[in-house]
Unconditional design. Structure first.
Length: 254
């Protein structure tokens, strides 16, 4: 059994074959899929899917950093509204993204910190988006870490020193398709840390692993990530599944 800890399979890229994609995932042993939110515009699609497949899809609530702009406080109000209204399994996808635009960097930091505090209030894990912002993100997490904060640094692709800083803060590394890329050194990085600090993810529909690179990603393809991790640690795919599934279950309470 595998758990995809990060999938936007509710997105419009799956408008015509969502049910089939979910069936392919299930047939590949992916029995749980965690759905991080983007912003107020994605909530309905995500919740409709979670309600249609309650034993397969587990929603998170949060505001993605690339959706932070002038009206971010209104967006945060929507996050709070939904957290009061129904059950979620974490706060995400939140964080800081300085790759596309740095115009709202201060607003991103404020939104990130605010949502971390919501996670503490509701005793939920956080799923963190980090792009060109590792130092800024880590600083806020370190300041907010009171012993209760936990979660995943999603799509981790940093250096060994960064991986160890994340682990020292009590967080897991989300490992996806980047691990399988020929130009990636992520295999050497994760080899330096214990497999017990990892969870599997796809970031569907993005970052499809080899041999599907360049195509639309889907949760079924997480098996290629599991196979690569098994190769890195010289263990069986079954062992990778056992450890990473246990990590995900414990973190999200599923």
């Amino acid at each position: 059994m595998l758990i995809d800890t990060h999938s936007h399979i509710y997105s419009e890229e799956f408008l015509h074959d969502r049910d089939e994609a979910l069936q392919r995932a299930y047939s590949n042993g992916v029995k749980k899929i965690v759905l991080p939110n983007i912003d107020s515009g994605s909530i309905k699609h995500m919740l409709d899917l979670a309600d249609a497949y309650p034993h397969l899809c587990y929603p998170l609530m949060g505001l993605h950093p690339t959706s932070v702009d002038e009206d971010y406080k209104d967006e945060l109000q929507a996050v709070e509204y939904w957290l009061e209204k129904r059950k979620f399994y974490g706060i995400g996808e939140i964080g800081i993204d300085l790759y596309w635009d740095t115009k709202f960097v201060n607003e991103q930091k404020e939104a990130f910190r605010y949502q971390i505090q919501l996670a503490k209030k509701y005793n939920l894990p956080i799923v963190i988006h980090v792009r060109n912002s590792f130092d800024e993100t880590l600083e806020i997490v370190a300041e907010e870490q009171d012993g209760s904060l936990r979660g995943i640094f999603h799509c981790f692709s940093g250096e060994e020193t960064e991986a160890k800083k994340v682990i020292d803060l009590g967080f897991l590394l989300g490992i996806g398709g980047v691990l399988t890329f020929k130009n990636s050194s992520l295999d050497e990085v994760i080899k330096a840390v214990d497999i017990k600090n990892l969870v599997l993810e796809t970031d569907t529909p993005y970052l499809a692993p080899v041999p599907k690179r360049g195509k639309r990603n889907e949760s079924a393809y997480i098996v290629y990530v599991a196979q690569k991790i098994a190769e890195v640690y010289d263990v069986s795919v079954a062992k990778v599944a056992e450890i990473t599934t246990s990590n995900a279950r414990n973190l999200f309470g599923i």
